[in-house]
Design a protein around this ligand. Structure first.
Ligand code: DGT
Ligand code: MG
Ligand code: MG
Ligand code: MG
Ligand code: MG
Length: 279
């Protein structure tokens, strides 16, 4: 029994370490939420309770994983971003994705009744999420990724807002509305909303137009935080004790829930610690 007869099976496991010194984005997406949202009667096109629940679950993920530096959510998806110097789980793809996806799902279900007190979850309509990790080689491309998601949010929301006004307020059939919107540009949709329904798209809620960005807010006057900033090292060159210090500061920091433009420079310039990873 001393001879390891069975241990050779371990050699079948494939390594899946993500490239060092790259940004890691884990994007999760609700599985079959088209059906699920119908079943639980989500308000069309935007259900505030559903979005707030997504955001609440994502805040818990941010709190459990201090290595995360920012997250962006829209509809049934959330993108979680790790800094290039992140060493969590030795950067193993499977560990990172499954931990985020299961932690998020656990909180989504745990908090469901808080946001939908009248509508208990019941099989077979139980929420689940898929997830994938993508790496990006520099902050510029990472920002383009974030911009891509926010542009998607804007395009879909303008379309959906117009479509559902035409159907629910204008009494049009789904196909009829779809046909009229085919090939229209943003200005056309703004005009339909304004002329037919007296709705100025600019006055729609920011959470619907911009999605949700989560990040840590620091009191930078705090001597500790200032010290951590002074200790700043080039990407990927942090010592173990520095990493621990940074992690501690991140854990203590408040996770802020915001609905603002992340495409322009302003958001990033005001919060340099997000891209510097320090703290
Ligand atoms: P998937 O991701 O391939 O498993 O399939 P789905 O059905 O989740 O499709 P996806 O992720 O492309 O689209 C998200 C769906 O979730 C979309 O059909 C609309 C629905 N949804 C998300 N947020 C809301 C909301 O606030 N209100 C309503 N009524 N529906 C929503
Ligand atoms: Mg999908
Ligand atoms: Mg989905
Ligand atoms: Mg989706
Ligand atoms: Mg274990």
């Amino acid at each position: 029994h001393k001879i390891p007869r069975f241990e050779y099976v371990k050699n079948f496991e494939q390594p899946d370490v993500l490239l060092p010194n790259t940004w890691i984005v884990v994007r999760i997406d609700g599985r079959g939420f088209h059906k699920l949202s119908d079943h639980y009667g989500f308000v069309k096109p935007n259900d505030r309770r559903a979005l707030d629940l997504m955001n609440a679950a994502a805040v818990e993920v941010m709190k459990e994983l201090p290595d995360l530096c920012i997250a962006y959510g829209v509809s049934d998806e959330f993108s979680f971003v790790f800094h290039p110097n992140c060493q969590l789980f030795e950067r193993r793809n499977g560990k990172l994705v499954t931990t985020i996806v299961s932690t998020f799902t656990a909180y989504y279900i745990y908090k469901w009744s808080e946001f939908f007190p009248e509508t208990p979850l019941k099989p077979p309509y139980l929420p689940s999420f898929d997830g994938r990790a993508v790496i990006y080689p520099n902050a510029h491309i990472l920002r383009d990724y974030m911009s891509w998601r926010q542009v998607d949010c804007h395009i879909n929301n303008l379309y959906n807002t117009t479509f559902w006004h035409m159907v629910l307020k204008g009494g049009m059939g789904n196909t009829e509305a779809e046909l009229e919107l085919k090939g229209t540009v943003a200005a056309d949709k703004n005009e339909i909303l304004f002329k037919r329904f007296g709705v100025n798209y600019n006055n729609e809620l920011e959470i619907y137009k911009k999605g949700t960005v989560l990040y840590r807010q620091y009191e930078l006057e705090e001597p500790q935080a200032t010290k951590a900033l002074e200790d700043q090292q080039p990407e990927g060159k942090q010592s173990r004790s520095q990493q621990d210090k940074v992690r501690k500061l991140r854990r203590k920091a408040q996770v802020t829930v915001d609905h603002v433009d992340i495409i322009k420079d302003d958001f990033w310039e005001r919060r340099p610690w997000i891209l510097s990873g320090n703290p």
